[in-house]
Design a protein around this ligand. Sequence first.
Ligand code: MG
Length: 389
Amino acid sequence: MTGSADVGLAPYAADPARTRGRRYAEPPPEYRSEFQRDRDRIVHCNAFRRLTYKTQVFVNHEGDLYRTRVTHSLEVAQIARTVARALQLNETLTEAICLAHDLGHTPFGHAGQDALNACMREFGGFEHNLQSLRVVDQLEERYAEFDGLNLTFECREGILKHCSLENAKLLGELGQRFVRGQQPGLEAQLANLADAIAYNNHDVDDGVRAGLISVEELRGVALFDRYYSEVVARYPASAPRRQLHETIRRMVNALVVDLVTNAQRCIDTAGVKTIEQVREHERALVNLSPAMYAEHVELKRFLNRSLYRHPQVIEMTQRARQVVTDLFVALLADGSLLPLEHREAAARAEDAHSKAGRARVVADYVAGMTDRFAFQEHERIARVQASQP
Ligand code: MG
């Protein structure tokens, strides 16, 4: 009994019974669909647990209430599952993609990724989406017969949401859509949108909690002001925290309703009947309406300007960049600073691909670090270096 958990699917949804398969052939799962197996493997992997101690805007030790990468991933999955059900897409695959979408993130979010990309410039660069794929395709060591998690094509396609053309050419079948300018399945398109909806809204919450942005400033943003005005008019005596949460939940709801309505309209207009037609279609079909998209972008720009570039965030960002850069430089220059298994992997990679091979192993190691482990390693290496003559 395979595929039994995915019922009531639209004809253009990903169907686990017709998956394009896994890189290494495996017997079909019992009692679960192929996509349930994907999701379960993601939840059980090391990289998923590390997300608990990785952050995007706020560093892990700054406060217990801020989003971490794992709570972010759960919020993305919850938003996307609602939309998937409403559109009769494959909810399980959608969830799997969302839970895996940030597995390749470095410590300290975008600051860490930019620093590592700069470090890796002469060795092929570092892209976090590609790294998420590397985690599930190669880096996880859990199964006797293969490296990685051996996920289905559909799930891997969703995880790789962006990729440079240069790297796409090296990825075979999976990279072809970037080369040919094609779309991924609708579940992958949806995961992408849900990610943006989740972080825009939870960063409003975290930003206000941190005191870096204020409700007064947010009222200059149309989407926020519309729902905030509604909430304050209806619940004038409610505490400011509650009013803020009411506003955020109304914003998320409005975005989700708009997304479902608009995506269904686009799917119907395009007349796609199969996932192959979705992939061949000239543009993505899961999008916000133009009016809502404009408001969503306005909020995003506000956060860029006022939160992500807030002097306090910039200060932390610079420190994070420095930590990642120092770690990379020290570990590349002195392999004895690496733990034994990584030291051996670095030696093997150097034999096969010279210095770029070694650099990739160091980048994998640094990218896998949590925020706090990166700080600890940074201190340890500084101590070792200080004790050397
Ligand atoms: Mg994300």
